[in-house]
Design a protein around this ligand. Structure first.
Ligand code: GCB
Length: 859
């Protein structure tokens, strides 16, 4: 028997068993789908060729957004599955799709039953009236992720992966059941209007569908404490009308509730049951309840259960290396574990509602959450667009209504980015008007939470637009030290905001800097994508945020690197501002952040993942080179040891202390030690240092030196196992460069953000030395090969350069003879070093991205 048939029979058996039991039955429909990409608009029932077996979560874009030279496929995909069960007369059969990006059309036996627009919220389709009894039913779903001017998001710095990328469920219900209605909620809405440490009140609105005639029923609500003990049972007799019934309940008060808080996320459970004729259970649902009360205050920030709590946390996108957005529930849960392990108490699910499994984990593990719809950067001024956005906002609120973790409903991200008051006033006014509509919709749908709009850092424009006067909280995405030059600018920005809006609560919804673990620096600068600049950025920004009590909280952009096809950074197609990589490996900034966020004792030697280092020795000393090491900690004092010898004790300031460590050739053992509350903590690092001496160049086994021209940073090429060294000024007895300039583009800083083709070593080719300059190598006489690495980043065809070695011309001509556009190119020459070593001279309008020097005959 094929696995597929086995699955169908299993489903059949389970459905028959479930028909015999009384309450609802939920079955996963994740397995056993067939999938095909096809732009065909008609239902693809007949076609048999080309379908492949898949299971959901599934996306067709897990790889193509990361492939050079092509756009990722935004089109239509079709999914089909046979439903092999015999429908029971007295049952209702509902399909629940947790997320399909972005337009889904659902067909059963060739007939279209539903269309859902929007990729980040769930929808439910009642297939009962359309099920054939006595034969299989063919389920067919078309999914379309093409750009649609009427469906948000219109734009965004992330990928819009297409597919049925979240779970699909079959809900088998009785003739009377809880009903989530058009917004696909559970049907039970719980609020806790009054909560204190002494007492908590609970109200519930319960929606039930009665598919039969008017009948008598009983609604039972039982509250279970976090330990499972029953707190109360509440019963109410009802007369259910045919169709939809809504019942408002005031449930018994709870004395001395165990409060929900990120440090102790106590969850109660409300079990709701509906019985007919007093004894027959028709439906049953469990709703988690967290008792907490909270407030955002313009001056004091966030107050939870009566105490000020500075929110410190992260944003999270929902994709993962190799998987696109099709993650399993346990992968979502693992992400929450990682976020919690950093010490975060706050999560922004930017830029859209995320998987229920993720939010369940946030409820259970304790994170304060702000959630938003994907209204990013732009609107379309059409009724369709407005209605789709409003529906998304309502779906989000209804579906996540009961979550204790959620305290804010947001909408609209950076709507005025790139806009200008004079030029764009009419559109800006439309955005403001629409914000008022969404604000009203949100407050009506849920008066118990706060609203927020996250903006980019143009304070004056937002003020003028009126957008700051609409939401209850103003969020700011600020990149001081990244897109903005001034790394100390965040504090001034907030002080200015606070002076104008002292009573409107505010928080920082984004701040972050990109980094690539292959790039390391002893002299980090903005936009170099080094791990060390990200650390510097985080350090300075966290300091300014934590110094201001009126800033309710902060969310790093981003917890994880994520896919964004439009990006041409050091790692193309990736937004690398994560504290962790796309496959969830911690960067240094994760530990730095931990030292600010975590209440446990943190002690971490910074830059210790930069294990294998290559350097010229310090001038005048062939045996050693000094490099700085920060230690991140939340303790008071730390001592650092090198090879067992103390380098001194330092007081931790702003969660770090910095040492200058003299590293010698070979292994260097570092050990940081601290003591808090009588307990000792230590962290260790081993650094392998290779000091390049003049003799190395002469040695047979020497593998050469690789210079990343125009770059202030070290770059490690993992594929070739090569250490590319930054440019250094020439000093006698060493090698180095004199003259020329580092390429700076726009005001971003070092290098370019152009994508370089035919290489994965972007950081070599994105930086460049330009002008007239020379590289001098004080190396033993002999024969060498020199390889030039070049991509044409800024030159046009009229520019010429000459490269010579010890006076003999190696190349003279148009730069375009060397390389076309931004294609990575290399060219090798044999050269001779004399008694004075080797001098490579670049004249004319020269440019070079990298130079490798090898002894002739070595690899
Ligand atoms: C932002 C956006 C976010 C981007 C981020 C960045 O302000 O809200 O979607 O990914 O900046 O990295 O540029």
């Amino acid at each position: 028997m094929s696995i597929k048939n086995f699955c169908f029979i299993l489903l059949l058996v389970t459905l028959q068993v479930s028909a015999a039991s009384s309450a609802r039955q939920i079955h996963s429909l994740n397995a056993g789908w067939e999938f095909i990409l096809s732009e065909n608009n008609a239902p693809l029932t007949e076609s048999t060729l080309g379908w492949k077996n898949v299971s959901v979560p599934h996306t067709w874009n897990n790889a193509d957004p990361f492939t050079e030279g092509q756009d990722y496929h935004r089109g239509m995909g079709w999914y089909r599955k046979t439903l092999s069960f015999t429908p029971q007369k007295q049952k209702r059969y509902l399909l629940r799709f947790e997320g399909v990006n972005q337009v889904a059309q659902v067909y059963l036996n060739g007939q279209k039953l539903a269309t859902h627009k929007g990729g980040y919220t769930a929808f439910v389709v009642d297939i009962t009236p359309h099920l054939k009894s006595g034969s299989d039913n063919q389920l067919l779903i078309s999914v379309d992720n093409r750009h649609d001017a009427n469906i948000p998001p219109l734009k965004g710095d992330f990928n819009f992966y297409g597919g049925i990328y979240r779970d699909v469920w079959l809900e088998v219900l009785n003739q009377v059941h809880f009903d989530g209605g058009e917004y696909a909620s559970s049907g039970v809405y719980v609020t806790t209007p009054e909560v204190s440490a002494d007492e908590a009140s609970i109200s519930a609105q319960v929606h039930m569908h009665n598919h039969g005639q008017e009948r008598q029923a009983k609604l039972v609500n039982r509250l279970l404490a976090p330990d499972g003990e029953q707190v109360f049972i509440h019963e109410q007799a009802l007369s259910l009308q045919a169709g939809l019934n809504k019942v408002d309940l005031t449930l018994p008060e709870v004395a001395k509730p165990k409060l929900w808080h990120p440090d102790h996320p106590h969850l109660y459970t409300l079990e709701s049951e509906v019985y007919l004729n007093d004894e027959k259970l028709f439906d049953k649902l469990s709703t988690p309840i967290g008792f907490r009360w909270f407030k955002f205050d313009g001056k004091k920030g966030f107050i939870l259960n009566g105490e000020q709590l500075k929110l410190i946390g992260v944003n999270r996108h929902q994709d993962f290396a190799g998987l696109g957005n099709a993650l399993s529930n346990s992968q979502h849960q693992d992400d929450i574990k990682l976020i919690k392990s950093s010490g975060s108490n706050f999560l922004r699910t930017a830029h859209y509602p995320q998987d229920p499994a993720l939010l369940d984990a946030a409820d259970q593990q304790g994170l304060v959450v702000t959630m938003e719809i994907p209204l990013d950067h732009d609107i379309t001024d059409s009724e369709d667009f407005y209605q789709n956005s409003i529906r998304m906002q309502r779906e989000m609120i209804h579906q996540h209504f009961n979550r204790p973790s959620v305290v804010i409903w947001a909408y609209m991200n950076e709507m005025l980015l790139g806009r200008n008051w004079q030029r764009d006033k009419p559109l800006i006014m439309k955005i403001t008007e629409f914000a008022k509509v969404l604000e009203k919709v949100t407050r009506e749908a849920d008066p118990s939470r706060y609203t927020m709009i996250p903006n980019h850092g143009d304070f004056e424009l937002y003020k003028k637009s009126g957008l700051l006067d609409i939401p209850m909280i103003v969020g700011w995405n600020l990149y001081y030290g990244w897109y903005e030059k001034d790394i100390d600018g965040l504090g001034d920005f907030f002080d200015n905001y606070h002076a104008h809006y002292p009573d409107t609560p505010t928080l920082i919804t984004e701040y972050g800097a990109g980094s690539d673990p292959r790039i390391r620096s002893l002299d980090p600068v903005r936009f170099d994508f080094s791990i060390e600049w990200q650390n510097e950025f985080m350090q300075q920004n966290l300091k300014q945020i934590q110094q201001r009590p009126f800033v309710a909280g902060s969310a790093v952009w981003n917890m994880f690197d994520f896919g964004s096809q439009g990006r041409n950074d050091a790692v193309p197609f990736i937004n690398s501002k994560g504290l962790m990589t796309f496959d969830r490996k911690p960067k240094d900034s994760f530990y730095l952040f931990e030292s600010w966020a975590n209440k446990e004792t943190i002690l971490h030697i910074g830059s210790k993942n930069w294990v294998d280092r290559v350097s010229q020795p310090a001038p005048g000393d062939d045996d050693v080179v000094s490099q700085t090491f920060p230690v991140y900690s939340n303790s008071e004092k730390v001592t650092l040891y090198l090879n067992g010898r103390s380098l001194g004790e330092k007081r931790i300031q702003d969660h770090q202390a910095i040492w200058n460590v003299p590293l010698a050739e070979g292994k260097n053992y570092l050990r940081a030690v601290t003591e808090t509350a009588g307990k000792k903590y230590s962290d260790e690092a081993v650094i392998n240092m290779e000091l390049l001496s003049r003799d190395d160049f002469a040695a047979e086994e020497f593998e050469g030196v690789f210079i990343n021209s125009g770059s202030p940073f070290y770059f490690f090429d993992e594929n070739e196992n090569r250490h590319w060294l930054p440019d250094e000024p020439y000093q006698q007895g060493r090698w180095g460069v004199t003259g020329g300039e580092i390429l700076m583009t726009r005001d971003r800083g070092v290098g370019t953000d152009k994508n370089i083709l035919d290489t994965s070593n972007e950081p070599v080719f994105q930086t460049q030395r330009q002008g007239e300059f020379e590289y001098q190598f004080d190396i033993p006489a002999g024969q060498y090969t020199v390889t030039f690495y070049l991509a044409n980043l800024t030159h046009n065809n009229s520019e010429e350069m000459t490269i010579s070695a010890n006076g003999s011309v190696l190349f003279s001509g148009h730069i375009s003879e060397f390389t076309k556009n931004t294609v990575a190119f290399e060219k090798q020459f044999t050269v001779k070093a004399g008694q004075d070593g080797l001098k490579l001279t670049f004249s004319g309008d020269a440019a070079i991205n990298g130079i490798a020097l090898n002894k002739l005959g070595s690899s």
